[in-house]
Design a protein around this ligand. Structure first.
Ligand SMILES: Cc1ncc(COP(=O)(O)O)c(C=O)c1O
Length: 428
């Protein structure tokens, strides 16, 4: 296909007429399709239906004899922590298992740090004038929402020209200002770009100089086992790297089974240094007497071991890979060579990050909405919803059936083209 920017005004007018007709026809179909959130499909949830029968009548004792029906056990069930310890690269003693949703652990960690000084810190974050977090962009909107809720300023860190992590900038910023207290970081198959951190960059994050003694990396390993190809990316064991670099307390590691078993009824994990763990558990102990250990037990029985988790993830991959392939195929067929869009192709995770012509993302999303296709709101991959170039769109292919995805993506590429032509004509 021709580069749109190389087309003369007349050719652009002709193209616009054709695209407007195609768009009107598309609109007439009265579709209702949703590519917004990275939710597992019902088929994926079915892979774990055995959980609904576990641990089974009369089964409530953990391997160490714990009666899972009762109060207590703030660390979570040992046999479940043992399964996820190698996957999250956190020693069992430093890993706790909690209730559904790792996001709630992240939220509570930030909230407690606002109200109670962290190990190594002398002040509560709420007493810091304009506390701030570093936010590699594009990123996960719910991380940003936590900062916004607590009044933590977000400092976006753009990727390098090749789409990689700008580690130099992160090092520079972290060392420059003691009010910078944290870094949101998705180390593997990140949301939305699918990028994974290199070993060298992980080592630099662990060892870098931070002006704040209580600086923390929120290492959100949400996609640790969510491979889409045979190339299983591994990332460096950040907790160990931090300890070796003399920054043992620098990192909180998060994970969950939301996209392994049930998104609404899974288990979550937090791994960190002994000092951080003591701090966290001390605060959490006032909030709960213990997690849902029956859910821990049924997860441990269902998954068995780390290999059991990997096997289950193979089923997810078989289900998801054709959907991702479909999106890639339509993007390449329709937008390849046009010069109006670029997109990511990841080895895992849940998203494809689509960059459209500068200044057209919001318009693409509006056009799609009016044609019955819901896309993640413009700017949502940026702090405060501010995508200054107005170009990033997060595509989430997991939920719709392939046929719907096909239809929705054909609509999306049409909107991308129409918005681009309108923009180019405005500029000509
Ligand atoms: C990077 C990232 N972290 C966390 C979550 C949510 O995790 P949980 O379901 O464990 O709260 C998501 C969900 O999309 C995510 O993309």
């Amino acid at each position: 296909m021709n580069e749109f920017s190389a087309l003369g005004t007349e050719a652009l007018h002709g193209l616009r007429e054709d695209l407007r007709k195609d768009y009107a026809r598309f609109q007439e179909r009265g579709l209702k399709l949703d590519l917004t959130r990275g939710k597992p499909s019902a088929e994926q949830l079915d892979f774990s239906n055995e959980l609904l029968t576990l641990p089974g009548a009369g089964e409530y004792r953990a391997a160490d004899g714990t009666d899972c029906r009762n109060y207590g056990g703030l660390h979570g069930l040992t046999e479940l922590r043992e399964i996820f310890s190698p996957l999250l690269q956190v020693p069992v003693e430093q890993l706790i298992a909690s209730d559904n949703s790792s996001l709630s652990l992240m939220h509570d960690t930030v909230m407690h740090a606002m109200l109670f000084a962290l190990p190594g810190g002398s002040v509560r974050w709420v007493d810091v004038e304009r506390p701030a977090f570093l936010c590699p962009v594009p990123g996960y909107d719910r991380h940003f929402a936590i900062c916004e809720k607590f009044g933590i300023e977000m400092i976006p860190v753009e990727p390098t020209a090749d789409g990689g992590l700008d580690i130099d900038e992160i090092e520079r910023l972290a060392a420059s200002d003691a009010r910078i207290k944290g870094l949101w970081f998705v180390p593997k198959y990140s949301n939305p770009t699918g990028v994974s951190v290199s070993e060298g960059h992980a080592a630099r994050l662990a060892a870098m100089n931070a002006a704040a003694a209580d600086f923390r990396i929120f290492w959100d390993d949400a996609y640790s086992v969510h491979h889409l190809t045979d190339h299983h990316v591994t990332v460096a064991p950040i907790l160990r790297l931090c300890a070796e670099a003399g920054n043992a307390d620098r990192v909180f590691v998060f994970g969950s089974t939301s996209k392994v078993t049930f998104a609404g009824a899974g288990v979550s994990f937090l791994g960190t240094s002994p000092a951080n763990l003591q701090w966290y558990l001390g605060h959490i102990a006032k909030r709960t007497i213990g997690p849902d250990k029956v859910n821990h037990l049924r997860h441990a029985r269902f998954l068995g071991d780390a290999e059991g988790v990997q096997k289950l993830m193979e089923q997810h991959r078989d289900n998801l890979a054709p959907k991702f392939a479909k999106v890639q195929e339509i993007l390449a067929d329709s937008l390849g060579g046009t010069g109006i869009a670029t997109w990511t192709e990841a080895f895992g995770g849940y998203f494809i990050s689509l960059d459209v012509l500068d200044g057209t993302a919001a318009e693409v999303i509006r056009l799609a909405k009016e044609a019955g296709i819901a896309l993640t709101p413009a700017g949502s991959t940026y702090p405060y919803g501010r995508d200054v170039r107005d170009r990033n769109i997060r595509l989430a292919p997991s939920f719709p059936p392939v046929a719907d995805l096909d239809t929705a993506m054909r609509g999306v590429v049409l909107c991308v083209k129409l918005a681009a032509v309108e923009k180019l004509l405005q500029q000509s």
